[in-house]
Design a binder for this molecule. Structure first.
Ligand SMILES: [Zn+2]
Length: 213
């Protein structure tokens, strides 16, 4: 059977236009039939088991907030953020991705908090001085059911899982430990101090050079 025959057979089975070529329409149909279908089946199974439903074990990240935060990241980072959610769930730890990319404007507003604007200080980073400004960083929250845990030993377990995936974990930093924070360090930045990494990221942004080139 040739590849074209296989694609034709899959298209016929999915009830979509048959042309023997797997374009976006075919992939969307395959995705809906396999991934979405299985995800819904897992959620339905978890919901049918009261304990499983309560702590979210095995549930895929179907919360809109995680989806939105993951979608804001660079394409190279998204699958790793998703994988982290899944790996944590497999260990019985429910996490959500609470934030991802922030524009310079959003960073400025955050930086103003507790300085020139009301509220507590939440960041030491000015615009361009946070990895979140370049789409390579995200923060997670640990949950037990609907309850958010600001501090929990589970963050360390999630950190280990993230490092297994090749992510840099904020909990491993020696200054300013940041356990909810993960980032994907580009290959060119291996071994670079954080300050130089950020300087290069700003330069690439100004020159419109891709981060992962
Ligand atoms: Zn962060």
């Amino acid at each position: 059977m040739t590849l074209e025959d296989m694609i034709t057979a899959v298209q016929t089975e999915l009830g979509i236009q048959v042309d023997g070529r797997a374009g976006p329409q075919t992939w969307e149909a395959v995705y809906r039939a396999i991934v979405l279908h299985q995800r819904r089946a897992r959620i339905a199974a978890a919901a049918a088991t009261p304990s499983g439903a309560a702590d979210g074990v095995g549930i895929a990240p179907d919360d809109p907030r995680s989806e939105q935060a993951i979608a804001s990241l660079l394409p190279e980072v998204r699958p790793l953020a998703r994988a982290l959610v899944h790996k944590a769930a497999a260990q019985g730890i429910q996490i959500r991705v609470l934030s991802g990319f922030r524009t310079y404007e959003e960073q400025a507003a955050l930086y103003a908090q507790g300085r020139t604007a009301p509220g507590p200080q939440v960041t030491k980073a000015r615009p361009g001085y946070s990895n979140h400004n370049f789409g390579i960083a995200f923060d997670v929250g640990v949950f037990e059911g609907a309850r958010y845990l600001g501090a929990s030993p589970k963050y360390k377990a999630v950190g280990a899982l993230g490092m297994d995936l090749g992510l840099e974990w904020g909990g491993s930093w020696t200054s300013l430990v940041d356990e909810p924070h993960f980032q994907l360090r580009p290959a060119w930045a291996a071994g670079l101090p954080e300050r130089q990494l950020l300087a290069e990221l700003r330069a690439r942004r100004d020159a419109e050079t891709p981060v992962f080139a």
